[in-house]
Design a protein around this ligand. Sequence first.
Ligand code: AMP
Length: 220
Amino acid sequence: MGANKTKLILLGAPGAGKGTLAKMIQAELGFVHLSTGDMLREAVKEGTELGKKAAGYMNEGKLVPDDIVIGILGERLLAEDCEKGFVLDGFPRTRKQAVALEDILRGERMSLDLVLNLETPEEVLIQRLSGRTQCESCGAIYHEENIPSRDPGVCDKCGGKLYQREDDRKEAIEVRLRAYREETAELIDFYSEDGLLKSVDSGKDVETAFKQIAAGLKDG
Ligand code: AMP
């Protein structure tokens, strides 16, 4: 199996590095990166009906209802480029989403190959989320201490403006971590029962985690 044919999920709490690692997996290993968070933020920015429904939940750090998220991801998975393989970032986040994903993939004669659980201590998650900024033009992710941009507030890659996500405020971070514990963490058992789960230590620097992931994917 070629690495970029793999159908992969990155599972982990907010701040575990899913977005950063998925972008590296896309850039260096040729996977299609599918982030429901990015899709929803795009819908909010464009002011679509779906975006209007999702915005309130997102700003407070709550999960967007399953039907909305399953709908947008389901549609995206039908695109031809997904047949080659993909890395899912931020989906599924509930058991209902995980079951829906299996159904969608089965309908397309596809199946998951691997679920990587990014393990990160809670104090590291909070430190990462609190200082995180993102480029409003190209989506690149920075951190004021861990990954500073050369010019404060300006993206190194495209010169775009960096902003703090509404849901990276302290109150929203607490809600997101609770949603993870109460609704998403059970997916670790769900996928280990399927024999698809592997753990990755994502508590240190992102390069170390990426090397571990890349080596595993090349072997696979
Ligand atoms: P993320 O960029 O993955 O951290 O997602 C940002 C926000 O979008 C989350 O806090 C949720 O409000 C919403 N969201 C993204 N993916 C999902 C999902 N699979 N289920 C429910 N809400 C989601």
